[in-house]
Design a protein around this ligand. Structure first.
Ligand SMILES: Nc1ncnc2c1ncn2[C@@H]1O[C@H](COP(=O)(O)OP(=O)(O)O)[C@@H](O)[C@H]1O
Ligand SMILES: [Mg+2]
Length: 326
């Protein structure tokens, strides 16, 4: 067995032509729902020829199996001749990966919403994430609330945007909910997208959150751990993402979705920043740290990035409009 990739959630191994993965049930307590979603999604896309990924059956005919220690394993076929984007994406890689995400969402757009179940409730409920942060700050169980003082101007600046993606006019969509570019396999020769991976978070949600999370993670030139205070979004990558994503989904977006695309990266960066800061306040129980204060610094990076996205909103809007016309 050879470990695969650098994923931080599940343990992934290659065994011959199979990719065997343990499901992390701390992150996904609703394992039965995750597996049911995975089966439904891969069957639907497979029928259209929209993914080469297949869930492999156990000898007993099941789609997962517990080992003697009770851990849950499942397997898909290894997709050869591919590579994942690691590190900073080139514009070509960003365009191809964003297009693959767009194609994935489009491929699921004709499934009824009820076909997939909620696996992580309230995942992109930014106002609820803000309340949780403010509660944690008030409770101050670890005595760390004082660390946040320098972030108050940023927190105030971003607060009015917590509800920007909660517009009731927005349709509920089947979303991927983990749209980092390294969750796409590209053809090793042509560089075109082959398929999307890490499908466990696929659930009812928002295409705006998927676009926002993709831009948040891919347009941060300094990376998630670095560059305090200076977080100017990389608009060259943003344009490539917009082109790729909209080449598939542009015609399917409703007017409220179109209008909010440019603010989505800021909102999702803000939301992740709030989650990091909440974890800092509560003693680093969710996001693993190497050094004390890591989650405080990560939170600061995301808040600064969110402010950077808000500042760049007019340019981003123009790039989106260009991408829509293509
Ligand atoms: N079916 C597959 N075919 C080829 N490579 C794969 C396959 N599944 C996963 N990988 C590789 O393993 C890495 C981690 O897998 P992923 O499903 O994203 O798990 P994690 O939850 O750990 O991020 C991927 O980035 C990719 O490089
Ligand atoms: Mg992954």
């Amino acid at each position: 067995m050879a470990p695969l990739g650098h994923g931080r959630i599940n343990d992934t191994f290659r065994v011959g032509g199979c990719v065997v993965q343990r499901l992390n049930e701390d992150v996904f307590p609703a394992a039965d729902r995750v597996m049911a979603n995975l089966q439904r999604v891969l069957e639907h896309l497979g029928r259209k020829g929209a993914t080469p990924l297949r869930l492999l059956r156990t000898r007993e005919g099941g789609i997962s199996q517990r080992d003697s220690e009770g851990r849950l394993w499942r397997a898909v076929n290894f997709v050869g001749g591919t590579r994942a984007v690691e590190g900073r994406a080139t514009p070509e890689e960003a365009r191809a990966a964003a297009r693959a995400f767009g194609a994935y969402l489009k491929g699921l757009a004709d499934l009824p919403l009820e076909a997939v179940q909620v696996v992580i409730p309230g995942f992109h409920d930014t106002p609820a994430r803000l309340s949780a942060f403010e509660d944690a700050r008030r409770r101050n169980v670890r005595g760390r609330a004082g660390d946040l003082g320098p972030l108050d101007p940023l927190l105030e600046r971003l607060r009015p945007h917590a509800g920007d993606l909660q517009d009731p006019a927005l349709p509920l969509r089947i979303a991927h909910d983990d749209t980092k570019l390294n969750n796409v396999l590209l053809d090793a020769t042509t560089g075109q997208g082959v398929c999307v991976l890490d499908l466990d978070t696929t659930q009812p949600g928002s295409w705006l959150a998927d676009f926002g999370d993709m831009a948040r993670s891919a347009c941060n030139a300094e990376g998630e751990e670095g560059g305090q205070g200076r977080a100017v979004p990389d608009l060259v990558t943003f344009e490539a993402l917009a082109e790729g994503f909209l080449s598939e989904l542009g015609p399917l977006l409703t007017p409220p979705e179109r209008d909010l695309l440019a603010v989505a990266p800021a909102v999702i960066a803000y939301e992740l920043g709030l989650r990091f800061l909440t974890d800092h306040l509560e003693g680093d129980r969710t996001f693993r740290i190497s050094l004390p204060g890591d989650n405080l610094r990560r939170g600061e990076v995301q808040l600064a990035l969110a402010a950077g996205f808000l500042e760049a909103r007019p340019q981003m809007q123009a790039l989106l409009e260009g991408a829509f016309k293509r």
